[in-house]
Design a protein around this ligand. Structure first.
Ligand code: GAR
Length: 190
């Protein structure tokens, strides 16, 4: 079996990207991260990719510039070519044309037990809900908001003393194990 090529889209610090880079380094037999794209020029995610010699590309997402972003990203995906896209803290909504083109080949990680707490500030939503548990979900991306088929979830207990910061921090640790596991599961069933 040839190693699958993965591209990661990230908007920020990229700690989930880091977990993926460590799980699927260059020349890994199952899969390797070969391309990282960010819509933010200063995203630390780009540095993380460069640090391990992975191609890191900034593509601007100007106001109303979704099509331009997607066209350029698609061109890079076809160049490689890419087998799987992982969204890792990518804070933009992709068009349905784009998500449909990548049906079954694009994953996202979200910091809640979907279908609960979709969208922004999922950790704050969980904290304010009074629920005892929350977690993280890796799911396929479809044209809806955080609505595609769930691949894997993991949960943790919300503690009485939790703040958005402490909860987000514990969730991140869980995410860093969950995302590589989910990617493995998807690739091994291909
Ligand atoms: C993570 O908690 C990820 O689940 C979340 O953003 C954070 C990115 O952190 N994603 C979403 O909320 C997407 N709706 P990272 O840049 O350190 O990976």
């Amino acid at each position: 079996m040839t190693s699958k090529k993965i591209a990661v889209l990230a908007s920020g610090r990229g700690s989930n990207l880091q977990a993926l880079l460590e799980a699927f380094p260059v020349h890994h037999t199952l899969a390797e991260i070969v391309l990282v794209i960010s819509n933010k020029p200063g995203a630390y995610a780009l540095e993380r990719a460069k640090n391990v010699g992975v191609e890191a590309v900034y593509i601007p997402w100007k106001k109303g510039g979704q099509l331009e972003f997607e066209t350029e990203a698609q061109r890079l995906f076809e160049n490689s070519p890419i087998d799987l896209i992982c969204l890792a803290g990518f804070m933009r909504l992709l068009s349905s044309e784009f998500t449909e083109r990548w049906t079954g080949k694009m994953l996202n990680i979200h910091p809640s037990l979907l279908p609960k707490f979709k969208g922004l500030k999922a950790q704050k939503q969980a904290l304010e809900s009074g629920e005892r548990y929350t977690g993280a979900t890796v799911h396929f991306v479809d044209s809806g908001l955080d609505s595609g088929e769930i691949v894997l979830q993991d949960q943790l207990e919300i503690l009485p003393e939790d703040t958005v910061e402490s909860l987000s921090e514990r969730l991140l640790l869980l995410e860093h194990a969950l995302y590589p596991d989910a990617v493995r599961r998807v690739l091994e069933r291909d």
